[in-house]
Ligand binder design. Structure first.
Ligand code: IMP
Ligand code: MG
Length: 178
């Protein structure tokens, strides 16, 4: 895949994302009823959403991360590679997995399987964007909290990249020449 410029078509603007993230934060705060929570941000895509969401959650919160990748260029490789694991103990803790987008669902399913071996009290997931139509049989069927459903197209911005570019865009856009 080439460097920018790509033909981009804005899909969801910054203010709409901000409002929805605040709603998700309220729902998550209400759900855990004051219990301690570990936000487990899946790097790199979950960084921007995770940072914004963390500040809308009013709970005793630990922030941790892990790194996986399943994508090369514009398509899923179908394999999920872990290159960094959580640093905090997860035993007996509520863990909320945070990712930018759920596509095939494979990454989140693999991460949930891996995290469940560490004996957490619960594992749930929250994604900013959901490509509902792209789910495969082996993938996590759905996330517990979803910001927005998006079409089954390649999108960038708000943490989502095209060859590492665009993660810093405050809105999300469809790449039309993908
Ligand atoms: P899944 O395992 O197929 O659900 O893919 C999830 C991961 O693929 C996400 O965490 C993203 O990093 C990446 N991904 C999926 N769709 C897109 C996209 O449209 N743009 C950028 N990255 C994507
Ligand atoms: Mg990712």
């Amino acid at each position: 895949m080439s460097k920018p410029p790509h033909r981009l078509q804005s899909l969801i603007d910054r203010e709409t994302i901000r409002k929805r993230v605040a709603e998700l934060g309220r729902e998550i705060t209400d759900f855990y009823q004051g219990d301690p929570l570990t936000l487990m941000v899946i790097l790199n895509g979950g960084i921007i959403f995770g940072a914004d969401l963390a500040r809308t959650i009013d709970l005793p919160l630990w922030l941790d991360s892990l790194r996986v990748s399943s994508y090369k260029g514009f398509g899923s490789t179908g394999r999920v590679e872990f290159s960094s694991m959580p640093k905090t103990p997860l035993d007996g803790r509520h863990v909320l997995l945070i990712d930018d987008i759920i596509d095939t669902g494979l990454s989140l399913q693999c991460v949930a399987n891996e995290i469940s071996r560490l004996n957490p009290l619960s594992i749930k997931s929250c994604v900013c964007f959901d490509k509902v139509e792209a789910r495969i049989a082996d993938g996590l069927p759905q996330a517990d909290w979803i910001g927005f459903e998006v079409p089954n197209k390649y999108v960038i911005g708000y943490g989502l990249d095209a060859d590492e570019y665009y993660r810093n865009r405050p809105d999300i856009a469809i790449v039309n020449n993908s």
